[in-house]
Design a protein around this ligand. Structure first.
Ligand SMILES: Cc1cc2nc3c(=O)[nH]c(=O)nc-3n(C[C@H](O)[C@H](O)[C@H](O)COP(=O)(O)OP(=O)(O)OC[C@H]3O[C@@H](n4cnc5c(N)ncnc54)[C@H](O)[C@@H]3O)c2cc1C
Ligand code: SF4
Length: 330
């Protein structure tokens, strides 16, 4: 492992200045992804700027009735927060479906959104990989890709984003806030991750050196009737092979509002806009849910060994929306 320096930042301007002073420096959250990648040589920063002591560890109501979640809030604190549990239950379920209790105690919101793909070739520095080493190739396309992307991928990379938390935040229209030396900025989560195209190594629209300060959840009454369902290859402590965050408001048997986002199918959490549009104003029944899933998945381009994900996601949409419709009718 390459030798590196370590500094703890105590305020946001100090953190930005430390990063600015050293082009080889990186922010450190809980370290549960970055340090693992440093051990394998995928990441080789010369300095870590620890952001965990920054005053970004609160969850507060916003003036318009939403929630502001600080970037250093741990995954455990986020999942347990009473407002999150009551008003955005799918968010609590998504976080609790990820990793383990020990990891969630360390992992931060900012770090979770910026965690890297779990593609095995990316993690193995002896293999080519366009994301790690631009222009070297993508062995996953001809090789091991059973848990790779079916939506929005390219001939240059077919990796998926592993975050569960990000899927629920995407369904609820969350906005990422950040600070740079030039001032603050914000990005809706749907614009936060860049399309893969021929530059899979460029993953987010964050300006260089930006510090994520938090995530803002807009008020979303529909989110009170929401659910996160994750399918994985073993019952716990595993990444998704497909997941869904869904929220549903049904009035007199008609879909008044619906939110849907998919996980583990694309290089970013995938907001299912086509399915939402197909459902809104129509009947809340299994036939309509299946047709909406088909509308979204019409864009799927599966590889030889991950076509099962199309069926999996269709079944997840029908099952979870049917459960939510039943609950709404009670
Ligand atoms: C065994 C295992 C199983 C896991 N299972 C799951 C799972 O099922 N679902 C899931 O979603 N996740 C899972 N994870 C991933 C885990 O959730 C992430 O590692 C964690 O959320 C990353 O957060 P962190 O604070 O530790 O980030 P770090 O490792 O500290 O940082 C990750 C990246 O974010 C950057 N960064 C951190 N904070 C900021 C900030 N404020 N501003 C700008 N950049 C920042 C760092 O520079 C780095 O590039 C698993 C991890 C492990 C090790
Ligand atoms: S899918 Fe992406 S991350 Fe995986 S080997 Fe190909 S380029 Fe690398």
């Amino acid at each position: 492992m390459k030798e590196f320096g370590y500094q703890r930042a105590l305020d946001v301007s100090g953190a930005l200045a430390l990063l600015d002073a050293d082009p080889d420096a990186r922010f450190l959250g809980g370290g549960t992804n970055l340090v693992d990648l440093m051990k394998t040589g995928v990441e080789r920063p010369g300095r870590l700027v620890d952001v965990r002591e920054l005053p970004l560890d609160r969850i507060e109501p916003t003036e318009d009735g939403g929630l502001r979640i600080g970037a250093t809030v741990t995954n455990s604190d986020l999942a347990a927060h009473p407002d999150v549990r009551r008003r955005y239950p799918a968010l609590t379920q998504a976080v609790l479906a990820g990793a383990s209790g020990q990891l969630r105690n360390m992992a931060t919101v900012g770090g979770n959104l910026l965690q890297r793909t779990r593609c095995g070739y990316f993690a193995d520095v002896t293999k080519p990989c366009n994301k790690r080493d631009p222009g070297s190739g993508c062995p996953a396309i001809e090789g091991e890709h059973h848990n790779h992307a079916i939506l929005g991928a390219s001939d240059h990379c077919v990796a998926t984003h592993p975050s569960d938390l990000g899927v629920a935040l995407t369904a609820f229209g969350a906005v990422v806030t950040y600070e740079t030396a030039d001032g603050p900025g914000e990005l809706p989560l749907t614009d936060f991750y860049l399309p893969v195209g021929d530059t899979p190594h460029l993953e987010t629209a964050l300006p260089p050196g930006a510090l994520i300060t938090g995530v803002v959840l807009p008020p979303a009454p529909v989110a009170a009737n929401s659910r996160y369902r994750k399918v994985r290859e073993r019952a716990s402590y595993a990444f998704a092979i497909g997941s869904i965050a869904a929220a549903l408001d049904v009035r007199d048997g008609v879909v008044h509002e619906v939110r849907l986002a998919f996980g583990a199918v694309a290089s970013r959490p995938w907001r299912a806009h086509a399915a939402e549009a197909a459902l809104t104003g129509g009947p809340a029944d299994a036939e309509a849910f299946a047709a909406a899933a088909d509308a979204e998945l019409a864009a799927a381009r599966p590889l030889p060994h991950n076509g099962y994900k199309v069926t999996l996601m269709r079944n997840l949409v029908v099952a979870v929306l049917s459960e939510l419709a039943e609950e709404a009718a009670r």
